[in-house]
Design a protein around this ligand. Structure first.
Ligand code: GTP
Ligand code: MG
Length: 444
């Protein structure tokens, strides 16, 4: 792999061209079903990169082999299959160390990839907005940095480096140049991303000030978040022209955060956001790179966790989602659980749609339960609100107008000394108009 080619990854991937790969998995302490699921997921990740699997090799061992991850016999077996089947890639189930990466590249004679590299590649291909592209590039460079040394040391040795500055091997000089180039680029990217994040913060603050409740869809990748967003927009008769988000049977179809205003007739609007899905062991460089995109979730009044209920291991996915939410500082936000894709589940415990407390069993794909989900969202948002009384002097009549926009105004009474308003609102609005609050519900 060429160390300086990272920026080209998205352009060199032609949507139409499919290549083939051999997958290799090492089962250490995982249980059989967990390991099988990880291997299936690896195959789906490859598919998202337009790579189809032609063979799978697995090995059981207590620990990975330091130099080659799998044992030497297995390496020979895979190398043989590479030739026989004319594989274009060999993809490993875990992140390889720079040394394993180099050794395997050499011994297998084809391009070696690991799970992290695969995820980075999907992200690079799927990134649409400028922010997502910059975030991915940053993560890619971070991934490549520690691998650079491994790529050039053999050249350094060839040139007989003595360690002094003037007598350095060509490999070392090249390594240093590459390193400096990457460091410079990473600094540029960080600066630009900071600027974008600032803009995002300004937009978010504007939305926060509007007082419109914010609802965020979260969950494992491919669970149906974008489908739910589209259906919720559709049932509320919002104009859809160009507003639909992409729904696709592909891991990481969504990478950017999209916020849409849902304006139902006769009801208060909400701001709904759809964002990047989670996955087990999301490379830390990506979590870091996407932190600002994911920040949107942190400011939600309500989370909708979407779960692929047809996945036999949906509980593990829920655990990953909840752990990721904790990691980004979004734990503790009220949540609805959507057990989606129930149409694919045989012997369901309930007839769908079924609402059980804060959970709903439904099928966004067929549309079954989407109205009930909307009702559950409205109910849950209302739970977070309280009835407040305000007394607004006539000199500040514009406050009434702002309350009407940001809260559910229940009554308005024009009295001699001012306007008496009863409204249902969240803490945000209640605090903002604190000076006009009256009665038992007033904020102290
Ligand atoms: N059978 C069935 N398929 C569904 C249902 N909901 C969504 N799908 C399909 O599942 C696939 C993934 O849906 P998306 O809405 O793109 O999922 P997502 O959670 O946004 O996924 P990412 O953005 O990739 O993380 C699509 O092919 C949908 O058509 C459902 O209730 N039943
Ligand atoms: Mg999506």
């Amino acid at each position: 792999m060429d160390a300086m080619n990272t920026e080209d990854i998205s352009t060199t991937q032609n949507e139409e061209i499919w290549q083939n790969a051999i997958l290799v998995g090492l089962q250490t302490d995982q249980k059989d079903d967990v390991f099988e699921r990880m291997m299936e997921e690896l195959e789906q990740l490859a598919e998202a990169c337009h790579i189809y699997t032609i063979a799978v090799f697995t090995q059981r061992a207590q620990n990975p082999v330091h130099a080659t991850y799998i044992g030497s016999g297995k390496v020979a077996e895979v190398a043989h299959a590479v030739k026989e089947l004319e594989a274009a890639y060999v993809i490993f189930d875990q992140t390889l160390s720079p040394m394993q990466f180099r050794n395997l590249n050499k011994e297998l004679g084809v391009e070696v990839m690991d799970r992290t590299g695969l995820i980075l590649r999907i992200f690079a291909e799927q990134a649409r907005t400028r922010e997502a592209r910059l975030q991915v590039e940053h993560a890619q460079l971070q991934y490549i940095m520690p691998r650079l040394a491994g790529m050039w040391t053999h050249l350094g040795r060839q040139a007989g480096s003595s360690g002094s500055m003037s007598n350095r091997g060509i490999g070392e000089t090249q390594l240093e140049l590459d390193r400096r180039h990457i460091e410079r680029r990473m600094a540029e990217l960080e600066k630009e991303l900071k600027g974008i994040a600032k803009e995002r913060t300004t937009q978010r603050e504007k939305r926060l000030r509007s007082g419109i409740p914010r609802v965020s869809l979260v969950g494992y990748t491919n669970a149906g978040k974008s489908t739910i967003m589209n259906r919720l927009l559709a049932i509320n008769e919002n104009p859809l022209d160009g507003k639909n988000v992409l729904e696709q049977d592909k891991l990481f179809a969504t990478l950017d955060t999209t916020v849409r205003k849902i304006q139902p007739k006769g009801e208060r609007p909400i701001l709904l956001s759809d964002t990047v899905g989670f996955i087990d062991e999301l490379p830390t460089s990506l979590v870091k790179a996407f932190r600002s995109t994911l920040e949107e979730v942190k400011y939600a009044d309500l989370l909708i966790q979407v779960i692929d209920y047809s996945d036999s291991d949906y509980r593990a996915c829920m655990k990953v989602t909840e752990e990721t939410l904790r990691e980004i500082g979004a734990a503790g936000i009220p949540m609805i659980c959507v057990f989606n894709k129930a149409d694919l589940v045989h012997d369901l415990p309930y007839e769908i749609p079924a609402v059980r407390n804060d959970s709903i069993y439904m099928s966004a794909g067929t549309g079954i339960g989407i109205r009930q989900l909307w009702e559950l969202i409205s109910k849950k948002l209302r739970e977070n609100m309280q009835e407040c009384q305000f007394h607004i002097p006539y000199t500040q009549g514009s406050i009434l107008h702002r309350l009407q926009e940001s809260a559910e105004v229940l009554s308005v009474d024009y009295q001699a000394e001012g306007i008496a308003v009863t409204a249902r609102c969240g803490d945000e609005i209640k605090n903002r108009y604190q000076e006009f609050a009256v009665g038992v519900d007033a904020v102290i």
